[in-house]
Ligand binder design. Sequence first.
Ligand SMILES: Nc1nc2c(ncn2[C@@H]2O[C@H](COP(=O)(O)OP(=O)(O)O)[C@@H](O)[C@H]2O)c(=O)[nH]1
Ligand SMILES: [Mg+2]
Length: 158
Amino acid sequence: MKCLIIGPSGSGKTTLCNALVGYWGVTRPTQMFKTVGNLIDTPGVYMEYPTLYQALIVSSQQADCVLLMIGSDQKGKPLPSGFAQSFPRPVIGIISKTDLGEAKLEHAKAVLADAGVKEPYFYISSRTLEGLDKLNQWIIRNHQERREHNGTGCIGND
Ligand SMILES: Nc1nc2c(ncn2[C@@H]2O[C@H](COP(=O)(O)OP(=O)(O)O)[C@@H](O)[C@H]2O)c(=O)[nH]1
Ligand SMILES: [Mg+2]
């Protein structure tokens, strides 16, 4: 099971990808699509220019699902209304940086709902590790189900 992870710059995509494979280090703005374990990390810039949305939509076809991540420190409206509906794969919402406090979660939830992402969402912090087990278990469980279903657990040959 592969998940394409998308979201605005700074939402914590790369930190999450690294945390799930046990790598801790300073992240830099991501320049390219990069596979890390079961996740495909994407540059946040693809969410900043509507002309680049199509690249994310096409890439999602190589994945089983899309993880759309919003930081709980997100301000403003980073996604167009109904954005999730453009994807030919299930879109699962992740709200990151829960360590910044409960008060900040409401805006992130409203952003995901407006983008057409259905609850329940995953709530995670790559800093305190809150929610990472639950997310990882969900990814692994779906991976196993795919294996049982089609014998490979992966789309394509890898
Ligand atoms: N407080 C907090 N900061 C985080 C968390 N995850 C990432 N960050 C910080 O957010 C910034 C952007 O992270 P990065 O993973 O590069 O975001 P990306 O652009 O979505 O890949 C970095 O300074 C990270 O240290 C988190 O769970 N909590
Ligand atoms: Mg990144």
